[in-house]
Design a protein around this ligand. Structure first.
Ligand code: AMP
Ligand code: ZN
Ligand code: FE
Ligand code: FE
Length: 280
């Protein structure tokens, strides 16, 4: 068993996206758990990087900058983690800004549809996400909970906010292989997030994974609380045959999800190979 001090949690969300706590609070909890470090991977925003880096330094833990992207690949909707890219290079940074503004448009539209049947308003939703740079369904869920329409985020996602719900609105499309290429072109490292989690729909095929590897994919997050154990043997086989690095992480969202910080981790030796690709 790996000691905490040799491990990193490579997937966390702060209140800059749909987590419920600040990057500084995540850094403090990482220190309290005795982990060596963590990555902040908010959806479509790097707004928390500065605070996370400063807090990590003051708590004596290591910070790895990251982001999580929602992408499209055939019938699958893979999430991608991009680590260590240079936000000064236009390509990816410009796309992130587009996705953040699409999130605003999409959230307003979902709220407009819901408001026909429920007492929800855009003003109420905005009160629930004062800090976010990347509004999403979790913030709408929080408002539905406040209004007593839903019990918690999970129930809201299972009902009114589900992708088969009549209130659902699609987000902007971003082809997964294009996203992998953009992460690499911006000096970053791309990892396929939670490929065996049911909410991402169908599991990625061997041919689709081959396309991502050709685009520069470096790793695959096979240790994740939501990965379905029965799907993992085949994905481990594919990871091995494509020479992909295997990562582990919690996808911590504060109180927004049941995932516990440090629930799954990545050993320092793997993280050293990751950071060697963007530090030099
Ligand atoms: P969106 O970005 O608006 O499409 O919302 C997707 C986000 O909601 C993802 O980051 C998930 O982590 C989160 N999410 C999905 N299902 C649930 C759930 N059952 N409970 C809490 N959060 C969820
Ligand atoms: Zn999230
Ligand atoms: Fe995700
Ligand atoms: Fe996530």
């Amino acid at each position: 068993m790996t000691h905490n001090r040799d491990s990193y949690d490579l997937h966390t969300h702060s209140h800059f996206s749909d987590g419920t706590i600040s990057p500084a609070e995540i850094a403090r909890q990482v220190r309290d758990l005795g982990l060596r470090g963590f990555a902040l991977t908010d959806h479509d925003t790097i707004a928390g990087w500065g605070e996370a880096a400063a807090a990590a330094q003051s708590h004596g833990v290591e910070f790895i900058p990251g982001v999580e992207l929602t992408t499209t690949l055939g019938g699958v909707s893979p999430h991608l983690l991009g680590y260590g890219f240079d936000p000064g290079i236009a390509g990816l940074a410009d796309r992130l800004a587009e996705f953040r503004s699409d999130r605003q448009v999409r959230a307003r539209e979902i709220v407009r549809l819901l408001s026909a049947d429920y007492p929800i308003t855009w003003e109420l939703v905005q009160k629930n996400c004062a800090d976010t740079e990347a509004i999403g369904r979790p913030h709408i869920a929080d408002t539905l909970v406040t209004l007593g329409v839903c019990r918690d985020r999970t129930q809201a996602f299972q009902t009114l906010l589900h992708q088969n719900s009549k209130y659902y609105v699609r987000s902007l499309e971003f082809h997964t292989a294009t996203a992998v290429r953009m992460i690499c072109e911006s000096g970053g490292v791309a990892v396929l997030a939670h490929p065996a989690a049911a909410r991402t729909g169908r599991v990625i095929s061997e041919a689709q994974l081959a396309e991502l590897v050709a685009a520069g994919l470096w790793g695959i997050e096979l240790r994740h609380p939501e990965n379905k154990p029965e799907l993992l043997p085949e994905l481990y086989r594919l990871a091995d045959s494509f020479g992909l690095q295997v990562t582990g992480a919690s996808d911590f969202h504060g109180a927004g999800k049941t995932n516990r910080l440090g629930q799954e981790t990545t050993p320092a030796a793997t993280v050293a190979q990751l950071t060697a690709r963007f530090r030099g």
